[in-house]
Design a protein around this ligand. Structure first.
Ligand SMILES: NC(=O)c1ccc[n+]([C@@H]2O[C@H](COP(=O)([O-])OP(=O)(O)OC[C@H]3O[C@@H](n4cnc5c(N)ncnc54)[C@H](O)[C@@H]3O)[C@@H](O)[C@H]2O)c1
Length: 327
């Protein structure tokens, strides 16, 4: 079967200013579901761009931590003169926190869901969102790999369901991968495209296949690095150094896995494995074991590296320190 690589959505660049003005008339309140690694960064960029942000999480401690993280990250921008102290205060004042979903979304124009990467959880959240949000609300998900079409099929508004895949760390990374579900309306894609530009990001529109583009390519690389470690081909430092110095990657794949969260990497590999039905995407056993044992990377304090609060040193976890030069 011949498939066209061209996006089915025709994006108009010409009338961008008009589009943006029209978009800003319609999108005033943005609710972000989940305030973990990604959720706090997404709230940060929306609040800094002038939107009223409702930050929702089931866990009050996660909300408190997210507000502190946003404040700290904005302080860094102030120190670099990329944000004024006054803009910081105003941006923070635009963020309200919620633990009850109904309160957080009842007047939302856009929802960006950034809760844990789990298909059943996301389906439940989108069923609830469909019931609780006004009819006009666009429902976006920051999922790294789960089918937008499938998530949308559990709502009565699949045309208004879209992928808005921010990169980590959100305030720094410029890309937003926009994913069209099979049923996503072209007008919704255009709105999210214009919005992404307004946030100062670079949007790229792709279609809904497992892992989209970013993780279809990145995750097998990370998984292969973990398989290489598991097989004793090389140690943590060697694998990351080879990819950093040899391929000019800013971060080695094992450090990047820790940064993303090993549980998230594991979920994405499972989606690729099931979605393509191809053994080449089977997650490494070492990755599965580390996730089961709670070694999730930066967020749990240990993964391939050990993280000490306040220290920026990259210290290989003691579990991987015994170098075996020959196996
Ligand atoms: N970590 C990354 O680098 C990265 C990059 C791009 C996209 N993503 C995607 O972003 C999403 C979030 O990932 P993360 O790394 O921020 O995860 P995380 O584990 O850091 O945070 C998830 C948050 O969701 C909250 N949560 C769980 N169930 C919830 C519910 N029912 N309602 C509201 N909040 C709920 C948790 O309390 C937690 O605070 C995932 O879909 C992930 O695939 C992650």
């Amino acid at each position: 079967m011949i498939q066209t690589t061209e996006s089915p959505v025709k994006l108009s660049h010409a009338g961008m200013n008009e589009n943006i003005q029209e978009m800003l008339q319609r999108l005033k309140i943005v609710t972000v579901i989940g305030s973990g690694t990604m959720g706090n960064g997404i709230c940060h960029v929306f609040a800094q761009s002038g939107f009223n942000v409702h930050m929702m999480d089931i866990n009050q401690a996660a909300l408190d931590k997210a507000i502190a993280t946003i404040g700290k990250n904005m302080d860094r921008q102030v120190a670099k003169n990329t944000l004024t102290e006054d803009d910081k205060k105003q941006a923070l004042s635009r963020i309200t926190t919620y633990t009850a979903l109904a309160d957080a979304v009842k007047d939302a124009d856009l929802v960006v869901e950034a809760a844990t990467e789990n298909i059943d959880l996301k389906i439940k959240i989108f069923q609830d969102l469909d019931k609780l949000c006004p009819p006009h609300t666009i429902l976006a998900t920051n999922t790294s790999s789960i089918s937008i079409t499938r998530i949308g099929s559990f709502t009565k508004r699949p045309g208004q369901v879209i992928g808005m895949h921010f990169m980590n760390p959100v305030p720094v990374m410029r890309l937003i991968e926009i994913i069209n579900g099979y049923a996503t309306d072209a007008t919704v894609t255009q709105t999210v495209y214009d919005l992404s530009k307004y946030l100062g990001k670079v949007p790229c529109v792709v279609n809904d296949y497992p892992g989209f583009i970013s993780n279809r390519i990145l995750m097998p690389l990370i998984n292969e690095a973990i398989l290489s470690l598991q097989e004793g081909v090389a140690g943590v430092e060697e694998i990351d150094t080879i990819m950093k110095l040899g391929m000019a990657h800013p971060m080695g794949p094992l450090q990047l896995a820790d940064f993303i969260g090993l549980d998230t990497c594991y979920s994405i590999m499972n989606v690729l494995h099931m979605g393509f039905g191809n053994q080449k995407y089977a997650p490494a056993t070492l990755l599965a074991n580390m996730v089961q044992a709670g070694f999730l990377g930066v967020k749990s304090g240990e993964g391939f590296y050990k993280y000490t609060p306040g220290s920026k040193d990259l210290v290989v976890s003691s579990r991987f320190k015994n170098k075996q030069w020959k196996l």
